[in-house]
Write a protein that binds this ligand. Structure first.
Ligand code: 13P
Ligand code: SF4
Length: 312
């Protein structure tokens, strides 16, 4: 039966009937971005989750994003189209070893990038996203030592930009580490009139080539400010859908990835696990739901709220 139904129509009907909201990340497939009530970066999505009066949040993104929405809305139903939509960055930071790391440096303030599990957020003093990372780090008094986790590439970028000496966790994003510097240089030689723009989860040698470095929404805003220019875009390729829709006059090419990368070019296979069919199913069945233990919510909420307060 499901093959024959009009998924767009049915999702919109169920959404209204159940007072649900669909929040989608820029890396989702175009059809999901098109049906979402809001498409944004990690910060925008957390802000929307914090302010929604919907009864059900359908989170079209990955597990840590849906968990953040649940922590902000413990009484609401939060569903994720595919519970296996994880994140290599979040996986690179297991709670037990991270707790031992923080205990070994008890005088350090713990700042965690939102791409981590609820357990890691519960071990943090404050959370950040790539949109506000520089601001959050700069909000910590200069003499206070900092642990930054889990993304070492974003951490290195922050150190370079702020001059702060931070202890970094050794985590990374498989997608942003798969960009090939050789192919990127080759592509840029062929198209010297294109500017490279990059997400700070990328490695330093990629960031060194970039005319602009920022979060997904930062990159879209930068292109908006230069609507008639040409760009090579070094982040997950799903962003090109919204970027091109919002700035139809810009010329965009996705940055090339190494051939043997597991993510098939610069696509995040976790983000792409969500499909329209799964979106419909999870709204219909109100499953799979995100559950976060109460004791974790109690400790993870404050670091998220601190970030939201500093991002107003
Ligand atoms: P932002 O959308 O916050 O820039 O994050 C990118 C990302 O990797 C999300 O998983
Ligand atoms: Fe995680 Fe990278 Fe995928 Fe974002 S793009 S969800 S950081 S694996």
């Amino acid at each position: 039966m499901s093959e024959t139904i009009d998924l767009v129509k049915e999702i919109n009907r169920l959404k209204k009937e159940k007072n649900a909201v669909i929040l989608a990340h820029y890396y989702q497939v175009p059809e999901i971005q098109d049906i979402a009530d809001y498409v944004g970066d990690s910060l925008g999505l957390s802000q929307k989750a914090a302010e929604t009066d919907a009864d059900i949040i359908v989170f079209a993104g990955v597990h840590f994003m849906a968990e953040t929405a649940k922590i902000l809305n413990p009484k609401k139903t939060v569903v994720l189209p595919d519970l296996n939509a994880g994140c290599s960055l979040a996986d690179s930071c297991p709670p037990e070893s991270f707790e031992a790391f923080t205990k070994a440096h008890p005088d350090h303030v713990v700042i965690t990038y939102v791409n981590c599990s609820a357990e890691i957020k519960a071990l943090s003093d404050i959370v950040c996203t790539s949109s506000n990372a520089l601001k959050i780090v700069q909000s910590i008094p200069a003499e206070t030592p900092i642990i930054f986790a889990p993304d070492k590439n974003l951490g290195r970028y922050i150190i370079r930009e702020t001059g702060r000496d931070m202890l970094l966790w050794d985590g990374s994003c498989v997608v942003h580490e798969a960009f090939s510097i050789d192919k990127l240089i080759e592509l840029h030689k062929k198209h010297p009139d294109y500017k490279i723009i990059a997400h700070p989860e990328s490695e330093t040698h990629i960031l060194d080539t970039a005319a602009y470095i920022g979060s997904t929404s930062g990159m879209i805003n930068f292109v908006k400010e230069h609507p008639n220019e040409k760009f090579i875009v070094a982040t997950e390729a799903g962003i090109l859908h919204k970027m091109q829709e919002e700035i139809p006059t810009a010329d965009l090419i996705p940055a090339p990835a190494v051939e043997d990368n597991t993510c098939a070019c610069s696509e995040c296979h976790f983000m792409k696990m969500n499909t329209m069919q799964k979106l419909y199913d999870c709204l219909l069945n109100e499953s799979p739901q995100i559950h976060v233990p109460e004791n974790i919510i109690d400790r993870a909420l404050l670091p998220i709220e601190r970030m939201l307060e500093l991002s107003k």
